[in-house]
Design a protein around this ligand. Structure first.
Ligand code: G4P
Length: 528
């Protein structure tokens, strides 16, 4: 029913190891799509945001990106939703959730470094989902590894076929452009940092004598050799394999100097998939263009705008048409909710929207109503739970330092645990237990408690490294070395000292079921 709108939707994320050039590429993609007119916009925004909110200061101090921003823009008739993935490994849960909301990804590699640790983690999340991945090898204007070595590196580390769609003409100071292997076109390099210039195209082809002139004999020779091998010896680009996430098309360029970005954008829009059908856990098929609306909450963020202290639920539309003011059913709450003030994002800016379709990311101002993974729908509810929680590996008691702030403390930890910043156990006890996947989450927790809620607190670490969900009936089996706690949904969780203790428990009691994700929330099977 809404095929035309769905076909022009794209939802993607850029994944990269910190410093590879994600921010720069984002900015340049926006520049080439006409969404911004001046380079420096995203970075300036990033800076302004940092200075405006102290919360962002933590990011600034650590030189990392924690929060996930969404941007929507129109490019060549496509409505593009770009989700920013937090760069730090400690935020793998948040990152994971973001990657559940996209249909494809662009992986940025630093040409001098190739695949780096954070790239591997992010790549594997995309791999699990079998979403198509583009590779952009950035910083070709600086000394770079040999293109073949880079392709080998991708293939050997990530175990994915890497197929170049273009071939670089030199690198570093000798970077002169690239050759489009498919269209057999030379794009020569014109340095430009501030504005988007189309590459000049006076060169007629590989045999144009000007090419040798520009590149010098030696680089020209190795470039010709490279093109020869890339065109004849490497596997051809296979669109179906790409869609299945088995092959990645590789582009070379320099985001800082704008080179190769326009080509990447064009190819991205041409090749990336529009929103696909979803098969739910209860076997239903959700078609993106169907008339029934459905969407899920993949991110909650409190205090995005300090002035308003509001909370935003980021929602990814799976199917149907969204209209401002429409009523949707939320199975977990067994309730109809009217969506009155939906917004679309552009970094920190937001605009009220009137309609949206599958693939779009919208923000709902959330007065504590939604939870991560919540389904919103107008048709028959279904089971769809793309956001598993991870078993925390670090635990601590959270101790409120100023007891007169108990009420504010409750509110704060409740909101932050709903946001997924931490996992909370024994929530009703005076000193609840906090579980996280990485140390930085602890730092962020204390910082935000103080900064946003004026609640000073401290952590007292607990000697456990492994957690597993289990059933009440097994309670008696655990020893005094293990700790039994309850998650915020009231599910029983056991904390083990280490993997060794977990293993010996499993050997002793093979019949006890232990889960590394919480048992799935029983969503209402139908409207009551
Ligand atoms: P990130 O978001 O992935 O962390 O990377 P970001 O874009 O912030 O880029 C990291 C650094 O690399 C920045 O320099 C940026 O200017 C530079 N950079 C990005 N792409 C290219 C490129 O194609 N060529 C070259 N030569 N440099 C590139 P910085 O000095 O850390 O920051 P800034 O002072 O430029 O803001």
């Amino acid at each position: 029913m809404y095929e035309k709108e769905v076909l022009r939707r794209r939802a993607f994320a850029i994944i990269a190891h910190p410093d590879a050039g994600k921010t720069t590429l984002t900015e340049k993609l926006l520049l080439y799509s006409g969404a911004i007119h001046l380079a420096g916009h995203v970075r300036a925004k990033k800076e302004r945001r940092k200075t405006r909110s102290d919360w962002m200061t933590l990011e600034q101090e650590r030189g990392i990106s924690i929060s996930t921003a969404a941007m929507q823009f129109v490019s060549q008739g496509y409505v593009v939703n770009l989700l920013d993935t937090p760069g730090h490994q400690d935020f793998s849960e948040d990152t994971y959730r973001t990657l559940m909301a996209v249909d494809s990804a662009v992986m940025v590699l630093d040409a001098a470094r190739g695949v780096e640790p954070q790239t591997i983690k992010l790549f594997h999340i995309c791999r699990e989902r079998k979403i198509p991945i583009f590779t952009f090898i950035n910083k070709m204007d600086l000394p770079a590894l040999d293109p073949f070595a880079l392709l080998d590196n991708i293939e050997s580390v990530l175990k994915i076929e890497a197929v170049p769609l273009c071939w670089p003409m030199g690198s570093g100071r000798d970077f002169k452009g690239f050759y489009d292997l498919e269209r057999k076109q030379v794009h020569s390099f014109q340095k430009s940092v501030t504005s988007a210039y189309p590459a000049c195209e006076q060169i007629t082809g590989l045999d144009d004598p000007r090419l040798q002139e520009i590149m010098g004999e030696e680089i020209y020779r190795s470039f010709r050799e490279g093109v020869e091998i890339a065109s004849s010896a490497l596997p051809p680009f296979d669109y179906e394999k790409f869609l299945r996430g088995e092959q990645t098309p590789v582009f070379f360029g320099s985001a800082l100097t704008n080179f190769g970005v326009e080509h990447l954008l064009k190819e991205f829009l041409r090749l990336s998939p529009s929103p696909q059908r979803v098969i739910t856990e209860d076997g239903k098929i959700i078609e993106p263009a169907s008339e029934k609306f459905s969407a899920f909450v993949f991110k909650l963020q409190a205090n995005m705008n300090k002035a308003h202290r509001d909370r935003v639920a980021f929602v990814r539309i799976l199917s149907g048409r969204f209209e401002r003011g429409m009523s949707v059913f939320v199975p977990r709450l067994n309730k109809e909710i009217k969506l009155t003030s939906p917004v679309a994002f552009f970094g920190q800016e937001r605009n009220t929207i009137d309609e949206a379709y599958a693939g779009d990311i919208i923000g709902l101002i959330n007065p504590g109503l939604y939870r991560l993974g919540d389904l919103l729908c107008t048709g028959e509810p279904f089971l769809y739970n793309p956001l598993p929680r991870f078993a925390p590996e670090l635990f601590a008691r959270l101790i409120l330092q100023d007891t007169s702030k108990a009420k504010q403390f409750r509110k704060a930890i409740h909101e932050l645990s709903e946001e997924g910043v931490i996992q909370l156990f024994n929530i009703y006890e005076q000193t609840p237990i906090v579980g996280v996947v990485g140390q930085l989450q602890f730092d962020v927790l204390l910082y935000r408690l103080q900064d946003e809620y004026a609640v000073p607190a401290r952590l007292e670490s607990l000697p456990f490294q492994v957690s597993r969900w289990t059933h009440e009936k097994h309670k008696e089996k655990f020893s005094r070395y293990d700790m039994l706690v309850y998650d915020s949904e009231g599910n029983l969780v056991v904390l083990f000292e280490n993997e060794f203790r977990l293993k010996s428990f499993q050997e002793k009691y093979p019949e006890v079921e232990l889960f590394s994700h919480p048992p799935q929330l029983a969503l209402a099977a139908g409207r009551k």
